[in-house]
Design a protein around this ligand. Structure first.
Ligand SMILES: [Zn+2]
Length: 355
């Protein structure tokens, strides 16, 4: 296995819940460290690899490091655990899933239990809701659960790991958006290996706490004060069953990176990216976002009295499930598009509409 692929598996198979991203950030930083001049880390755990730290003109490429998870909220006297969300975790997929409960004593195994089909008779099926799903860690009493190191506030993730489908797709838990962390790290690696001398400061940002409202990006945008920000996140493949193209647009895995239109996206930055895609023959798709993009793009765009920002998304099937699926060629497409955009960008470029 190649070094970058090994990193991808290690990074994706590690748990990095929102607010608890430290172990993932360490893996990411270890990988990117040889490709950058220095790094910044902030109080809440966002990590930034920096190339040309003394340059005046600052360019950000960004992904988010956190994954959705659950919090232990209530332990019953007979040892069952009720949860609340940490990010947009999906109650519908929870029953019968295996989980890792993260404690100071290490990972404790558990399962989301569910009543048997035999006893769910009657016309009305009980659907999983946040109120009725529960985790079983094999204990009979609350005290027994607590002895395992589990307490209110312990974080729970599904245990599913990364695998491949038909050699063409990666599938697994929380590719949203750690695939983004992989892609921006790959951009840094390629710049380094191709000995590209950038005329500006490049800030390779792996932000924390996106899943609960773009919080990490808000913090680091104020710290870096960039001139330009190119964000990458995932977006819905609407070609798989039960999606509505009229509502969610027409995006398909395998058709390339997705370039977004929307008020938060600075038109001149976006058009520059599209020009690069056309020149370098990188297939891309278009998506429109009403009001905000719902990604860290919004956080950067609306920081520091306005930062010229754009969004390049990776199409993904089944978002916020444990089988999030992306096409390998799209991953390569996003890396290439960010890389080629950076290589042609001049220091000091003024993206304003009216000068
Ligand atoms: Zn997400």
């Amino acid at each position: 296995m190649k070094k970058n692929e090994k990193f991808l598996y290690q990074y994706l198979n590690n748990a990095s819940p929102t607010g608890f991203e430290e172990s993932g950030q360490r893996i990411w930083l270890d990988y990117i460290r040889p490709f950058v001049d220095t790094y910044i880390s902030d109080t809440y755990g966002t990590v930034v690899g920096v190339i040309n730290p003394n340059a005046e003109y600052k360019v950000v490429i960004e992904a988010h490091a956190d994954e959705i998870s659950w919090f232990v909220n209530y332990i019953t006297d007979d040892g069952y655990i009720y949860v609340i969300r940490n990010g947009g975790s999906d109650h519908q997929i929870a029953p019968s899933m295996r989980v890792n409960v993260h404690t100071a004593k290490g990972v404790v195994k558990g399962v989301f239990g569910w009543p048997a089909i035999h006893v769910r008779h009657g016309e009305k099926e009980t659907n999983p809701t946040l109120q009725n799903i529960f985790v079983d860690v094999g204990c009979s009493y609350k005290e027994e659960v607590e002895k395992l190191g589990i307490h209110v506030g312990s974080v729970i993730t599904f245990e599913d790991e990364l695998m491949e489908l038909n050699k063409k797709y990666y599938t697994g838990r929380a590719l949203d958006n750690r695939m983004g962390g992989y892609m921006i790290a790959e951009v840094a690696r390629r710049l380094h290996e191709n000995k590209v001398k950038l005329p500006f400061g490049l800030y390779v940002v792996n932000s924390v706490q996106e899943e609960i409202g773009l919080r990490g990006a808000e913090m680091i945008a104020e710290r870096i004060k960039p001139d330009v920000a190119i964000i990458t996140d995932v977006t819905h493949d609407t070609g798989s069953p039960l999606y509505d193209k009229k509502k969610s647009g027409d995006i398909k895995c395998g058709n390339g990176p997705v370039v977004s239109y929307g008020p938060a996206v600075q038109n001149n930055v976006r058009d520059m990216i599209i020009k690069v895609a056309e020149k370098k023959k990188i297939d891309f798709q278009r998506l429109s976002a009403s009001r905000s993009t719902g990604t860290d793009t919004d956080a950067f765009a609306y920081s520091n009295a306005g930062v010229a920002s754009a969004l390049i998304s990776l199409p993904l099937k089944y978002m916020h499930t444990t089988v999030e699926t992306v096409n390998k060629e799209d991953v390569e497409g996003v890396i290439k598009l960010i890389y080629e955009t950076l290589v042609q960008l001049k220091a000091g470029h003024d993206f304003r509409y009216i000068k």
